[in-house]
Design a protein around this ligand. Structure first.
Ligand SMILES: Cc1cc2nc3c(=O)[nH]c(=O)nc-3n(C[C@H](O)[C@H](O)[C@H](O)COP(=O)(O)OP(=O)(O)OC[C@H]3O[C@@H](n4cnc5c(N)ncnc54)[C@H](O)[C@@H]3O)c2cc1C
Ligand code: FES
Ligand code: FES
Length: 1098
């Protein structure tokens, strides 16, 4: 290569195509054409019709898009398999590789894979949207494991997969049958038949190309002690009885023979994609394109490009450059190439820790975020420039500012050198995140101290204390370091260091990221833990001691394997009613064959839609300039309020919302218009180009602000009363009266399947049809009919299934369908609108936040006498269902307690947030939570256990509630006593007390809390059930062929009871269909435990 001022000779030959093997049993080799560098693997898979792989979040956070990628590793001389989040993997990053999607694992026609069968049989799916991802993570683990995995490895491999409906117990149960199991479960090939050195794949049970050592399946299947009905993996296909292994996909031999070549491919908007295979090539490219982004896993670059809409022009995949993949154990430390995968690094650490002297690897844990740890551990970064010159810099000096490092545009990171630690040198990592797996830290830290023995003392000779999450860059506590150096490692050092840390780590009250007090306390507590941990290490060598009760601060969190137990009684009635049947969709879900709204193929002239959204919480719209959007690629139209053919006003009860904002916007994310274009990306691009000028107005952003400003939705004041509260407080009957405030936070629905609607017209636009992901198809029918000015009879909404809803798709899905229907109707073309996760979270509202202000009077024994409660919910910018949610919270404000005098006043607050909506419990949980808060306060006030206060106040048979209902069949007392006994509450409390006495820094607690929940809608006509049964006759055979029902099945089991019931009567094959608005009128959505139960009870 030559690099000159005006001449660059470039060695990459442009390939017009690349290949990858995508397996879906019928599909195999795929030629990847040039021009797709902007696509992720997921987009490509779904575009070619492999829709079993789902798009949940698009940012690597949920695992719904997991696929298995395999390639032949030249160094290891074997195939390596790993699970990959296809939503972030660039398409061309899998060039020359073998991709197995859920379709390639097994299906209903040819037979399910044992992993699929096991998950279906153990009831491990509900809505099923997450299910293909779980299957693929487990499948990849089995394929990549040389030995059958342990239970811990199985749980770890699922850490990146989220499920919002099922709960993880049945999923773990289903997969743990593969832990340490015998190969005979998978195959009828006896392991003794294998020639020595051959590797038996734990998944296929066949000798496989992984070429690892032979596996003797000597270990036996672990049986759960918790669940006697443990499911066992199946080794044969239930379709034709053949052994499953006959169908297992192997690594394509042609890929074994294929040599990787450098790649130069293109993408949308002039994007260039390079895959150099030599460092020299990489450096040439960096010289030619100094602004090029280097890509390894793309988990950062991908998010920047997708979510932050940063347009990079040149991407260089460095994953295959050997010099960047070195992993060398050297005499003085470990050299780690800049592109080494964390998994490989972890494996290496595990090996090294066992082989090296203990003092050399005092920190081996890579679990924490790495930058503070590199710095603290004294790592050195090797940097190479375009001319091949290498310089070394201490990690401590590498990070310069927010996303700024000491690299010039011509330089790249070559490797990291991690030195071994010395005797009396200790390094430790710390991380606090919202959850333990796969989560960004709130604060993290890396700390190192090197102690020297001076006589009897241990004196600090060197130290480094580095924090992440407290500043724009990893921050070294310089003053603390200076203070500790030269000091004895003792209490005095600890106290002094804590003071200096407060100076070093200074967080302003308005520091980005919030939680300032918490983050401050973390910085101190991390150092405290470090001090104790080092002291403990020293204790092992010297005989100085730390109190036993302090040790819990140094013990890392250990998560025991998940174990769960479900007890239920099977009371069969007739054929199948009462038996725990596998739900009807589960086998479709585990194979990826179950179709969701976005899986519906687009007609050839279909358009994609993107919303134009408000960026201000409250503002007047001054102007809308769509000129740039109109010249955007693939643009097909923009539609604003003026274009709505019918009524622009929408709402489930009160029509107080605008479909497209006209003069004012009242929240960030309010819909102003919709843009349609030929692709989803082009629609988003064009929508982003619409320029809106605003005049900002004051916004109300909390319940308290709304209360202060008297900002309430009209006619939303409610009051419920029993007895005379004021008289009771004045009468002197109450020994004590306390008051307080409770703030209950909101919650994102996070249904795994984002909102989606596909709308099309028929008969030249005289009918409008749609497939929507909704809990309430009839609301879609109504909204769309109204905004288009059509009679409802001309609008049809179908919903086969949805990937979770939890209330978030009851009303807040309808405006999305309505928005898509406008361009569809006006252009007479199909329009699909599927929201990206970030947009979905921004615009569709959440669980209501609540504020409760209470005054409660009681006797000295704790018996309740009077409750005066003011309760407010944050409705956001439209009423939606907020009044009903408020009412339900008011109904549940007594929880299960007898209160002779009660007054509850409720208001619905108007704030400048997107409209909040139904959410599991529908206000009930918030009302109960407020009640349990004052119960707890009474207990503290009277120095009693809360359970004592609860028990003496229980409602019972015949109690009259504050909304005049009389309790019947009240089993509360009986249930409470049985549970108290079976859980051995008193003993568990005593155990917790003893634990707390013995542990200064780790505490345990236990509580027993009752609830009651009112079943039924308070709007009485909504409690109507409805179903239709079609009877088919074929010769002498009579059977039910179709069951139509009112309840929307979301995997909660709504689909099962009906066929069970009908089968009992007519014994035939049945197809259950979701609410068909064209056949059944007034199909309102299910809720408040009313759905199929109401149907069945008639
Ligand atoms: C769901 C999710 C969870 C996460 N959780 C955590 C977490 O718990 N803790 C944590 O610390 N991080 C977390 N992250 C962030 C993640 O660790 C980083 O995104 C990741 O380490 C970047 O690696 P990559 O190979 O995917 O990066 P890429 O996106 O491929 O590259 C990252 C950056 O490094 C540059 N680069 C790559 N190679 C070189 C080189 N040789 N020389 C110079 N520059 C180079 C790239 O140009 C780019 O700017 C999470 C990310 C996701 C998506
Ligand atoms: S992780 Fe890819 S869609 Fe969520
Ligand atoms: S079944 Fe897992 S998200 Fe619904």
């Amino acid at each position: 290569m030559m690099v000159g001022n005006d001449r660059v000779e470039f060695r990459f030959t442009k390939r017009m195509s690349a290949i990858a093997h995508v397996e879906s049993l019928s599909d195999t080799q795929r030629v990847l054409p040039d021009g797709l560098a902007h696509l992720t693997l997921l987009e490509y898979l779904r575009d070619i019709g492999l829709t079993g792989t789902k798009l949940g979040c698009g940012e690597g956070g949920c695992g719904a898009c997991t696929v298995m990628v395999s390639h032949y590793n030249e160094v290891l001389k074997k195939c390596v398999h790993y699970a990959v989040n296809a939503c972030l993997a660039p398409l061309y990053s899998v060039e020359g590789m073998h991709i197995i999607t859920v379709e390639g694992v097994g299906n209903r026609k040819t037979g399910l894979h044992p992993v699929q069968e096991s998950l279906a049989r153990s009831h491990g799916s509900q809505c099923g949207f997450c299910t293909p991802g779980f299957i693929m993570s487990m499948y990849a683990l089995l394929r990549s494991s040389e030995l059958p995995p342990t239970e811990e490895q199985i749980e770890e491999c699922l850490a990146g997969n989220l499920c919002r409906c099922t709960g993880y117990r049945p999923i773990i149960d289903a997969f743990q049958v593969f832990a340490k199991t015998d190969d005979a479960f998978y195959t009828n090939t006896s392991s003794s038949d294998l020639q020595s050195g051959e590797f038996l794949c734990p998944s296929t049970g066949k000798p496989c190309s992984c070429k690892s050592k032979s596996l003797n399946g000597a270990e036996t299947c672990k049986k759960s002690t918790a669940n006697e009905n443990k499911y066992e993996p199946v080794s044969y296909s239930e379709v034709d009885g053949s052994t499953y292994t006959d169908k297992e996909l192997i690594f394509p031999p042609e890929l074994l023979l294929r040599k990787l070549t450098p790649l130069y491919l293109n993408g949308f908007g002039g994007l260039k994609w390079f895959r150099p295979l030599k460092i020299q090539h990489l450096l040439e490219l960096k010289a030619k394109f100094p602004d090029a982004k280097l890509v390894v896993g793309n988990t950062e670059v991908g998010i920047e490009m997708r979510l932050k809409r940063i347009q990079y022009k040149v991407l260089i995949s460095v994953a295959h450059v050997p010099e960047l993949n070195v992993l060398h154990v050297k005499d003085d430390g470990l050299e780690i190439g800049a592109a080494v995968r964390l998994t490989e690094l972890l494996q290496m650490f595990r090996k090294v820790v066992n082989k090296r002297a203990a003092h050399e690897t005092s920190s081996s844990s890579p679990i924490s975020d790495l930058n503070p740890l590199w710095m603290a551990a004294g790592a050195k970064f090797q940097i190479i420039d375009c001319k091949g010159n290498i310089r070394t810099i201490m990690a401590e000096n590498f990070f310069l500012g927010y996303r700024k490092v000491d690299l010039t545009s011509g330089e790249i990171l070559l490797s990291i050198f991690l030195p071994w630690t010395r005797p009396f040198e200790y390094v430790k990592e710390f991380k606090q995140a919202h959850r333990r797996d796969d989560d960004i830290a709130i604060v993290n830290a890396g700390m190192r101290v090197f102690l020297e023995e001076k006589g009897e003392d241990l004196v600090v000779s060197d130290a480094l204390i580095v924090y992440g999450g407290v500043a724009p860059l990893s921050l070294s506590a310089v003053k603390t370091k200076e203070f500790v150096i030269g000091k004895n490692w003792d209490q005095e050092l600890l106290q002094g260091a804590l003071k200096f840390l407060e100076i070093d780590i200074f967080l302003k009250e308005d520091a980005p990221g919030g939680m300032v007090e918490f983050r401050k306390s973390l910085t101190l507590s991390f150092f405290f833990k470090f001090f104790l941990w080092v002291s403990q290490q020293i204790c092992m060598k010297k005989s100085t001691g730390i109190p036993l009760s302090y040790l819990s601060a140094t013990q890392p969190f250990q998560r025991p394997s998940i174990m769960g137990n479900q007890d239920y009684e099977i009371r069969k009635h007739g054929t199948s009613v009462g038996s725990p049947e596998i739900h009807l969709s589960s086998r479709l879900q585990v194979t990826g064959e179950a179709e969701y709204a976005d899986d519906t193929p687009m007609p050839s002239n279909g358009l994609h839609a993107a919303l134009v959204l408000s960026r201000k919480p409250h503002a007047k719209i001054l102007s809308i300039d769509d000129s740039e959007a109109k010249s955007s690629p693939g643009f097909a139209g923009i539609f604003l309020a003026k274009d709505v053919p019918g009524d622009n006003h929408i709402g489930p009860i009160t029509h107080d919302e605008e479909l497209f904002a006209t003069q004012y916007v009242t929240c960030v994310g309010q819909v102003i218009g919709v843009v349609v274009a030929d692709t989803h990306e082009n629609a988003k691009l064009a929508a982003a180009k619409v320029v809106i000028e605003y005049e900002e107005l004051p916004a109300i952003l909390s319940i308290q602000e709304a209360v202060d400003a008297k900002s309430f939705h009209p006619n939303s004041e409610k009051c419920l009363k029993k007895g005379d509260v004021d008289l009771c407080f004045q009468s002197g009957q109450c020994d004590k009266i306390i008051d307080g405030e409770v703030h209950v936070g909101g919650q994102e629905h996070f249904y795994l399947e984002p909102q989606s609607s596909l709308v099309w017209t028929m008969d030249s636009g005289s009918e409008v049809h749609m497939i929507s992901s909704t809990q309430a198809p009839q609301k879609h029918q109504k909204y769309v009919a109204e905004v288009l000015g059509l009679p409802m009879s001309k609008v049809v909404c179908k919903t086969k299934r949805i990937g979770g809803g939890f209330g978030g798709k009851e009303t807040r899905s309808a405006f999305i369908a309505a928005a898509a229907s406008v361009p569809s109707y006006l252009l007479n073309r199909s329009v699909k609108l599927t929201l990206d996760r970030d947009v979905d979270m921004m615009i569709t509202g959440q669980r209501h936040t609540f504020l409760g202000k209470y005054k409660v009077g009681f006797t000295k024994e704790g018996r309740l006498l009077a409750l005066d409660l003011e309760i407010y919910n944050n409705a956001g910018n439209s009423l939606d269902l907020s009044l009903s949610v408020l009412e339900r919270a008011m109904f549940h404000s007594d929880n299960v307690y007898e209160i002779p005098n009660i007054r509850i006043r409720g208001r619905v607050c108007f704030t400048n947030f997107p409209s909040h909506t139904a959410f599991r419990g529908f206000g009930g949980p918030q009302g109960m939570l407020i009640a349990e808060n004052w119960i707890q306060k009474i207990a503290v006030e009277l120095n009693k256990n809360p359970e004592e206060i609860r028990e003496i106040n229980f409602q019972g048979e015949g109690s009259i509630l504050h909304y005049s209902q009389q309790l019947q069949y009240c089993t509360l007392g009986q249930l409470w006593n049985e549970l108290k006994l079976s859980s051995d509450l008193l003993r568990a409390r005593e155990d917790a007390k003893q634990f707390n006495l013995q542990n200064r820094w780790k505490k345990r607690g236990i509580a027993m809390v009752p609830t009651k929940f009112g079943i039924s809608f308070t709007t009485k006509f909504m409690n109507q059930p409805m179903y239709g049964v079609c009877v088919a006759k074929k010769k002498s055979e009579v059977g039910v062929s179709l069951v139509k029902k009112l309840a929307m099945g979301i995997g909660c089991g709504a689909d099962n009871p009906l066929p069970s019931m009908v089968a009992r009567l007519l014994l035939h094959h049945i197809m259950v269909v979701a609410p068909l608005v064209e056949m059944m009128a007034n199909c309102h959505g299910p809720g408040v435990a009313v759905g199929v139960n109401a149907d069945l009870s008639r």
